[in-house]
Design a protein around this ligand. Structure first.
Ligand SMILES: Cc1cc2nc3c(=O)[nH]c(=O)nc-3n(C[C@H](O)[C@H](O)[C@H](O)COP(=O)(O)OP(=O)(O)OC[C@H]3O[C@@H](n4cnc5c(N)ncnc54)[C@H](O)[C@@H]3O)c2cc1C
Length: 292
């Protein structure tokens, strides 16, 4: 399959990249690792006239763990997430998503910004990032705006990023003591397969051991990653225990809106949401008891 014709831009600074986007608007498309965009261009799903690479912009590759938020540059690769001690220590559920994404070749190129930008309902990184309460920074010539990931995804392949904007940074609140998160994905096969269901859970405990905050995010069971709101509500103020986590799993199943497709039936996916919710809550609780 041949690529359609396009002009290629390779700016070295964010300002230069923003200028190119401001000039070409909807005729331009950003490329980071290219593992999603190139496939869509070869399939002629997308035919941008201008392709703007952001992979040479050094400031988009930074990881900063010094403040209250862990700030991850949009061009931080999936392989970088796996090898980063800071990510594995503070954001283990994100690291787990990274380990499960694609193959080594894909992980070396694929970026965290591209994984969010592609807005695939089955993507591996959005559930844990949303469970951690992450925000994204969108930059353009007019300045910066910050958006919660809950507001970022609009539908399959669609995000709130405007044609002249670049997702520059993902900001994840540094996990506080007595908080933890878990992520599990399942697919039909083990290697290089699209997820069938993926779930991330986050809980924070109060000093008396009750659950102060909970976020559960389900992938593959709706047009965008979905929060399991009724399950989250059920957990808050309660003592963590297996029976509660099972009930939360059942509530999350009801919160999900899967469809039948060639990967599995809606009923099976709904059941799996329940199982993965319970298991990720177990992982999150275990981590919360360790992080004092
Ligand atoms: C064989 C194969 C296996 C795969 N397996 C998985 C998998 O297991 N799990 C999974 O989640 N994904 C998988 N993918 C999809 C893809 O690899 C990932 O989504 C990857 O993270 C995309 O990142 P990228 O940097 O390559 O994005 P690109 O292809 O460069 O970009 C993707 C989209 O995001 C936009 N974009 C990129 N960066 C930015 C930015 N900074 N600001 C605004 N918009 C931006 C682009 O314009 C484009 O629309 C797979 C792909 C292939 C080809």
């Amino acid at each position: 399959m041949l690529l359609p014709k396009f002009d290629f831009h390779e700016p070295k600074t964010l300002h230069e990249a923003c200028q190119i986007l401001a000039e070409y608007g909807t005729k331009a498309k950003l490329i980071a690792g290219g593992t999603d965009l190139m496939v869509n261009m070869k399939k002629k799903i997308l035919s941008p006239q201008q392709v703007v690479s952001i992979s040479r912009i050094a400031e988009l590759k930074k990881l900063d763990t010094s403040g209250d938020s862990i700030r991850i540059g949009a061009c931080f690769t999936v392989a970088d997430l796996i090898t980063s001690d800071a990510i594995q220590k503070h954001l283990g559920a994100l690291g787990e998503g990274a380990k499960n994404l694609g193959t080594p070749l894909i992980r070396n190129l694929a970026t965290i910004g591209g994984n969010l930008g592609s807005a695939r309902p089955a993507a591996d990184l959005p559930p844990s990032l949303m469970a951690y309460g992450a925000q994204v920074v969108l930059s353009s010539l007019s300045g910066e705006r910050t958006l919660s990931l809950d507001q970022f995804f609009l539908g399959p392949g669609f995000t709130a990023v405007k044609p002249d904007e670049i997702l520059t940074e993902i900001q994840v609140p540094a996990p506080l003591p007595r908080s933890g998160a878990g992520y599990i994905n399942i697919g039909v096969r083990k290697g290089q397969d699209c997820n069938l269901v993926n779930v991330a859970s986050f809980i924070a405990l109060d000093t008396d051991g009750t659950i102060r905050n909970a976020r559960i995010v389900m992938g593959c069971v709706g047009p965008i990653p979905l929060r399991a709101r009724s399950a989250e509500k059920m957990l808050i103020g309660q003592k963590p225990e297996s029976a509660l986590f099972s009930r939360a799993g059942a509530a999350a199943s009801s919160d999900s809106t899967p469809i039948d497709d060639f990967r599995g039936s809606a009923a099976y996916k709904r059941d799996m949401v329940g199982v993965l919710t319970r298991r990720t809550l177990d992982i999150a609780f275990h981590e919360a008891t360790q992080r004092q």
